[in-house]
Design a protein around this ligand. Structure first.
Ligand code: ADP
Ligand code: MG
Length: 141
């Protein structure tokens, strides 16, 4: 994986429940991202707690971990020049009410918690988060 060219995303349980995963994946493809790894899975409570450990002192941590382990998700690794920043732009603000028109969160989020997708916030975290879900044998550039 070339640093700077990959990011990691999850399609969250709210979007999968609404059967929006393929619409979202198409938006991602149409924005120029190549999907180099993809799987449908379900996080255990413990896995959600581990993934979101950096937020463990935030008031929404417990609710977030309950939500993220409430149903199946899709995890994906995406490749594009400037992937982390361009993907954050594509998904929009954490709060869908503040997200710009045509962003994935504006289109598919239900609330600040049930905001349809995750996107890595740095190159380092993109790599850590990708490895949380995928082995090298599951990534094809
Ligand atoms: P982002 O996903 O945009 O990087 P954060 O890393 O700050 O946002 O938060 C992680 C996730 O926690 C968010 O995507 C959202 O699901 C949830 N979250 C963030 N802020 C709140 C909040 N104030 N109330 C409830 N859930 C929140
Ligand atoms: Mg974040």
């Amino acid at each position: 994986m070339e640093n700077g060219n990959i990011t990691f995303t999850m399609i969250k349980p709210c979007a999968v429940k609404q059967e929006k995963e393929f619409d979202i994946l198409l938006d991602i493809k149409n924005a120029g991202f190549k999907i180099i790894a993809l799987k449908k899975t379900k996080l255990s409570k413990e896995q959600a707690q581990k993934f979101y450990e950096i937020h463990k002192d935030r008031p929404f941590y417990k609710e977030l971990c309950d939500f993220m382990s409430s149903g199946p998700i899709y995890a994906a690794c995406l490749k594009k020049e400037n992937a982390v920043n361009d993907f954050r732009k594509l998904i929009g603000n954490t709060n869908p009410e503040l997200a710009e028109k045509n962003t994935i969160r504006k289109k598919y989020a239900l609330s600040i918690q049930e905001n349809a997708v995750h996107g890595s916030d740095s190159n380092e975290n993109a790599s850590i988060e990708t490895k949380f879900f995928f082995s090298n044998l599951e990534i094809f550039e």
